[in-house]
Design a protein around this ligand. Structure first.
Ligand SMILES: O=P(O)(O)OC[C@H]1O[C@@H](O)[C@@H](O)[C@@H](O)[C@@H]1O
Length: 381
C-alpha cells in the first residue's frame, strides 16, 4: 500500500462475496480462519522441540521474553497469565538491549517469526554472552536459530505466512507458555489448548465471510470501529493484551489508529479524552453535509473479562455512564470461558476478524500495509 489517505469505508463490501475474495489476494481471512489449526500445530511443535526438558535445570529467577511487534505480544500474554499466580517474574523486552539485571540465573525466550528482526537478534546475542538459559521461537535456518543453537537451547520452528509476521499469534505464544509451564510457573495442558482451538473454530464459523453483517460479530465490530477514533480498554491483564492486539492489528492490517489501555490505569489518564475535542457530537459540523459529524469521533471499546477486580467493575460501569453522558458511544465485548487462554481466544479471534474486515471495508488489502517494512529497510542501510 502506498497510502490509503481519504479511503471511505463501505459496509456493503463486507457482504460482497466476490469482493471479499478479490480484495484479499493474500487470503488473510483464510489465514485467520486457520487459527485453531495453528494452536494444535504450535503445541505439537513445542512438545517435539523438547521444551519440557528445560524444566530439569531448575526454575529460573525470571523469564524474559524478547520480541517485537506481534512477537512481543507473546510476552505480554505470558506476563498476563503469570501476573498474580506465578512464583517468579515474567518481563517482556522490546528493543535492542537486555535489562542490566538479566544474567545466567534467568531464562530468555526469544520470539521472532522471521528469525531476523534486528532488535530480537541483538537481545538474543546479548543473552548468549551473559550465559542466560535460552529458548527460541521462529523460522528455522535464520540468525535467531543459529544463536539459540550456539547456546544449546531448544528452538521451536514456526512456519507461517512469508512476509506476514503477525498473521496469527498462536504459534508465537504457545511455546513461551509451555516454557513457563515446564518450570511450574503456569499450569496449562493439552486440554486447555484444545479448548482454545475449539473456541477459535466456533468463532471462525460465526465470523465466516458468507455470514451476513447483522449476525457476524467480526463484521459488526468492524462497522463499529469504522470512522471512529477507537479508545480500547481491557478490564483485566489478559483483556488488556487483547486491547493492545486490537490497536496493533488496526495499524498493521488497516493502517488505522487507536489508543489502548488497561483499567484501572486507563481511568487515570485516557478518560480525559471523554471531555476532549474529539468526544461527542461535532458542534461545528455542517448539518447539511452528505456525511454529518465532520470527522472521526471517539468511541470506547471495552474488552471485558469475567474475572475483574471488584473496583475495576465499578470503574468500568462508571466509565460507561460517563461516556454515554458525553455522547461517546460504547461497545462492550465480554470474553467468556473458564480458563484465561480461552477468554483470550474469544477476544483475540474476534479482533483478528474485525481488523481484517475493517481493512476490506476501506478497500485496503490487509496484507499490503508495508510502511513498517520501509522503515526497517531505511534503518538497515
Ligand atoms: O516476528 P518478527 O519476524 O520478529 O517480526 C516482528 C514485527 O516486526 C514488525 O516490523 C512488523 O513486521 C510486525 O508485524 C512484526 O510482528
Amino acid at each position: 500500500m502506498t497510502g490509503a489517505g481519504g479511503a471511505r469505508f463501505e459496509p456493503d463490501r463486507l457482504d460482497d462475496q466476490a469482493y471479499l475474495v478479490e480484495g484479499d489476494p493474500s487470503g488473510m481471512l483464510r489465514t485467520v480462519a486457520s487459527s485453531a489449526a495453528e494452536v494444535r500445530t504450535a503445541y505439537r511443535a513445542a512438545v517435539e522441540s523438547g521444551l519440557a526438558r528445560i524444566g530439569r535445570d531448575g526454575r529460573p529467577r525470571a523469564i524474559v521474553v524478547a520480541g517485537m511487534g506481534a512477537s512481543g505480544l507473546a510476552g505480554e500474554v505470558l506476563e498476563a497469565l503469570c501476573r498474580y499466580g506465578a512464583p517468579g517474574p515474567v518481563v517482556t523486552v522490546r528493543g535492542y538491549r537486555l535489562p542490566g539485571w538479566v544474567g545466567a540465573a534467568d531464562l530468555v525466550v526469544a520470539v521472532s517469526r522471521s528469525g531476523t528482526t534486528e532488535e530480537t537478534v541483538a537481545v538474543t546475542a546479548e543473552a548468549v554472552r551473559r550465559g542466560c538459559g535460552l529458548v527460541g521461537v521462529g523460522a528455522p535456518d535464520t540468525p535467531l536459530a543459529a544463536l539459540v543453537a550456539r547456546a544449546g537451547g531448544p528452538y521451536v520452528p514456526v512456519g507461517g505466512v512469508a512476509g506476514r509476521p503477525e498473521a496469527t499469534l498462536w504459534s508465537l505464544m504457545v511455546p513461551p507458555i509451555l516454557a513457563a509451564a515446564a518450570f511450574g510457573l503456569v499450569s496449562v495442558d493439552e486440554d486447555e489448548f484444545e479448548s482454545v482451538a475449539r473456541r477459535l473454530e466456533d468463532l471462525a464459523h460465526r465470523c465466516r465471510p458468507s455470514s451476513e453483517s447483522f449476525i457476524n460479530p467480526g463484521k459488526t465490530l468492524a462497522m463499529e470501529l469504522a470512522g471512529t477514533v477507537p479508545v480500547v480498554w481491557g478490564t483485566s491483564p489478559m483483556a488488556a493484551v487483547a486491547a493492545h492486539l486490537l490497536a496493533a492489528r488496526l495499524g498493521a492490517y488497516a493502517g488505522y489508529p487507536a489508543i489502548w489501555g488497561e483499567l484501572p490505569e486507563a481511568a487515570h489518564n485516557q478518560i480525559g479524552t471523554f471531555d476532549g475535542p474529539l468526544a461527542g457530537r461535532d458542534i461545528f459540523a455542517d448539518p447539511f453535509a452528505d456525511e454529518p459529524g465532520g470527522g472521526p469521533r471517539l468511541r470506547l471499546f471495552l474488552l471485558r473479562d469475567v474475572e475483574e477486580h471488584p473496583q475495576v467493575t465499578r470503574s468500568r460501569t462508571a466509565a460507561v455512564r460517563m461516556a454515554e453522558d458525553r455522547g461517546v458511544p460504547v461497545s462492550e465485548i465480554t470474553a467468556d470461558g473458564v480458563r484465561p487462554l480461552e477468554r483470550l481466544a474469544a477476544l483475540a479471534g474476534l479482533v483478528d476478524y474485525a481488523t481484517v474486515y475493517l481493512a476490506l471495508g476501506y478497500g485496503i488489502d490487509p496484507a499490503s500495509v508495508a510502511v513498517s517494512t520501509e522503515l526497517r529497510a531505511r534503518i538497515s542501510q
